[in-house]
Design a protein around this ligand. Structure first.
Ligand SMILES: CC(C)(COP(=O)(O)OP(=O)(O)OC[C@H]1O[C@@H](n2cnc3c(N)ncnc32)[C@H](O)[C@@H]1OP(=O)(O)O)[C@@H](O)C(=O)NCCC(=O)NCCS
Length: 219
């Protein structure tokens, strides 16, 4: 199943409680699309064949990733990329993962995920990273915009959140740009990859009206 981003925006009027109840398969991978297409990107569910491209993107970005991502604490091998692709393809528990690709040639330039926090609410969390060479073009903002919209329109979400280390300014700039509100700062919430105590920011959004249109951003 492929979802076109414009289709989601048109669907908004149908985002009712009734629609939420019509998502009985929300806890299976099949209720999620294999692809979401945005204006400049394709978000696709990982496949084993993507391991080499994923490894290349991670290796090229490791300095930035190893500062902030829990999974980037040690080395990152092609085996790690293969395991991620195999697991992400089959498992819903760890969240629904999408590779961020350039549609022209399919180059993998990052990843974004939508994790279920509580299917009864329903509520979701978004995570992301981008290949260092593709940072600063608004690609992550665009991907997070699409996943936020998807969570509200297609999954009937009542809450979407994005969490990050308070020191990760580039990360919290994304929910701020999109219209999320800073809901809380959690003190001594985690140990970062340097072993230091880290406060975390929690940004949250509660309905699609809060989501700023992408056309308001620079191009
Ligand atoms: C956090 C991270 C994903 C942010 O990436 P990013 O490239 O800054 O984010 P975007 O792709 O949304 O780009 C935003 C930048 O593009 C600019 N931009 C250009 N065109 C744009 C557009 N059409 N829309 C939005 N922004 C645009 C913005 O002004 C902003 O510029 P700035 O860097 O001068 O502030 C990235 O730094 C990263 O991968 N870090 C390592 C992993 C990580 O920390 N992940 C998050 C863990 S919580």
């Amino acid at each position: 199943m492929v979802i076109f981003y414009t289709e989601m925006q048109h669907d908004f009027s149908q985002n009712t409680d009734q629609q939420v109840r019509q998502h009985p398969n929300m806890d299976t991978p099949n209720s999620f699309p294999n692809e979401i297409r945005t204006a400049r990107l394709t978000l696709s569910r990982p496949d084993l064949a993507d391991a080499a491209g994923l490894h290349k993107a991670v290796a090229a970005s490791y300095t930035e990733l190893s500062r902030w991502m829990v999974w980037a604490r040690g080395s990152y091998s092609i085996d790690d990329a293969q395991q991620f692709c195999a697991h992400a393809k089959g498992s819903f528990d760890a969240g629904v993962h999408f590779l961020i690709r350039l549609p022209e040639d399919g180059t993998i330039i990052g990843a974004a995920e939508l994790t279920t926090i509580d299917a009864e609410v329903p509520s979701f969390e978004i995570g992301y990273w981008i290949h260092t060479s593709y940072s600063g073009f608004g690609y992550v903002t665009e991907a997070a915009h699409a996943l936020t919209s998807f969570a509200f329109v297609k999954l009937g979400s009542n809450r979407v959140q994005i969490r990050m280390d308070e020191k990760n300014h580039r990360s919290w700039a994304i929910p701020m740009r999109l219209g999320y509100e800073l809901e809380a700062t959690l003190t001594s919430y985690s140990r970062d990859n340097l072993g230091e105590l880290a406060a975390y920011r929690v940004y949250a959004m509660f309905n699609l009206e809060q989501l700023r249109p992408l056309k308001e951003f620079p191009t």
